[in-house]
Design a protein around this ligand. Sequence first.
Ligand SMILES: Cc1cc2nc3c(=O)[nH]c(=O)nc-3n(C[C@H](O)[C@H](O)[C@H](O)COP(=O)(O)OP(=O)(O)OC[C@H]3O[C@@H](n4cnc5c(N)ncnc54)[C@H](O)[C@@H]3O)c2cc1C
Length: 590
Amino acid sequence: MPSRTETNGKRKATFPPLLITNGNSKKSKPNDDPLRQPHPKSQESEDNGIVLRTYYPPEMSTERAQAYKDNGLPRPIELLRQKLEETHADRARIEAKDSVVHWFKCDLRTEDNHALHLASQKAKGEKVPLIAMYIVSPQDFEAHLTAPVRVDFILRTLEVLKEDLAKLDIPLYVETVENRKKIPARILELLQEWGARHVYVNEEYEVDELRRETVLVRACLDKGIAMEVVSDTCIVRSGELQTGSGNQYAVYTPWYRSWVAHVHSNPECLELYDSPTKNPASARKKYADIFKSPIPDTPPNKSLTNEEKGRFRSMWPAGEHEAREQLAKFAKERINNYDVSRNIPGEVGTSSLSVHFASGTLSARSAVRTARDSNTTKKLDGGNQGIQTWISEIAWRDFYKHVMANWPFVCMNKPFKPEYANIEWEYDKENFQAWCEGRTGYPIVDAAMRQLNHCGWMHNRCRMITASFLAKHLLIDWRMGERYFMEHLVDGDMASNNGGWGWSASTGVDPQPYFRIFNPLLQSEKFDSEGNYIRKWVPELKTIKGKAIHEPYASGDVKELAKIGYPKRIVEHKFARERCLQRYKEGIGK
Ligand SMILES: Cc1cc2nc3c(=O)[nH]c(=O)nc-3n(C[C@H](O)[C@H](O)[C@H](O)COP(=O)(O)OP(=O)(O)OC[C@H]3O[C@@H](n4cnc5c(N)ncnc54)[C@H](O)[C@@H]3O)c2cc1C
């Protein structure tokens, strides 16, 4: 496969100009600043575990979210990119000393890793060794709602990565830093200890990470260290695609057309970065302690039982080799039929690669390239329908990351559509618990939630059904469901999860209209017609025959159902539908 040796900053992405700046003025005190007033319902979101006050301020006002939308507040990504631009010349002048460092985050692979590739090139060019580093932050795991199954996957992947890097005489240093605020200072200490004058990282789009990296770029420079932050996780860099009026697209279809056109006219988007080259053999001796250092166990706040560890280990084998094998198998055996089989939760019709995209054990570039190379055409939107559809799903991942970068308030507990912040939600704890545990009396919903709880993964069709059910049937604040998903998904990804919840609850970017309310019965009959998925995950319904599986109390043996303990519906569809329409209409002022 062709490789590329592109250096940082080749393409420039632009964002709309800033129109007003009062919300970010350093002079105005928080209490005087109208854009810093919390949302009137901020206590409600705090009480219901939506805003984690241990780490974050109260829920921001709708006006503040709107100010981001109106280009009145600088986006964290703009601030980072500005900082990189401002410091570019100074960073370029810095000469290497004893080593070059790559800081791994959500990019846990050696193949096709942009920042790692640049770090390796730099180290080779300067004839110094490359050191790799990963910081385990239990507080970040908590603040970012990282599921224990995902933490376990990350730590197991680090084992694989450590071994692979060791074969190249590259040491991987892993340290747990308890206090997340101390991470930048600790990184600076390590860089100085190793005599590193260059550190490379891949860009992430969540607000905390963008802000941390902005601070670090400056702090590093003050110590004579150049920090390079490059785009990697998306196929098309965020900020690159704009509407005719120069804004970020808020609708997927035209965005996708523009994405495809961009990749076609910039074929380097799909060129893969070379893996790192071998370190000088002397690195083995010099960094003997790092080579010997162990990967920590899951931190206490994300611990798993032995049974869970064993289960997840066999369900989610870790590391990039596994990801590549799975991709190759999918491309060979299933991708051609993906457009047909992707909606059937009872079949293995999708790739199950999301865990690898989320942890970076597979790059989106390699995935799209492999898919494209299995097609009869080089056009991403041509040839086999299964392949086209799969590529367009990977594009959704890019889309939601671009959305999060441009409208950062979506990862700060605000809906994309400000008017949807006024809906009166129910905060019924019993109903929420029944939904979490798969006891709603709607077999398809219960099957899906039990799949999530058992596997740390749920089929996409079922993610849509269960999310819609929570927001529209139970009228429970969708952000509670968003949190529950993040805390249980092995592929938890802030941007895609938020995007999926926003779509399902009609509060997000390019959502389904609020008056479109999934009927769980029809969804079940259409996508699990034989009831195979339900029977697998709701074993107490195994003996229910025929169509009754979709609505057992309506046509099954009621006494028998009560005996086996399957719950009755916690809400009736007709009532729920009418209540939802009314409450949404009132909330959005229609
Ligand atoms: C409420 C809700 C929450 C979701 N939360 C997440 C999440 O936390 N992390 C996550 O990766 N995906 C999330 N998704 C999207 C989607 O459900 C999963 O990506 C998909 O089910 C993963 O399975 P797969 O790898 O077999 O997907 P495939 O069907 O094989 O698709 C290939 C890849 O394309 C991407 N993709 C597919 N569908 C979507 C989509 N709708 N949005 C964004 N990317 C997509 C994923 O990276 C996926 O691995 C969510 C969807 C909904 C409706």
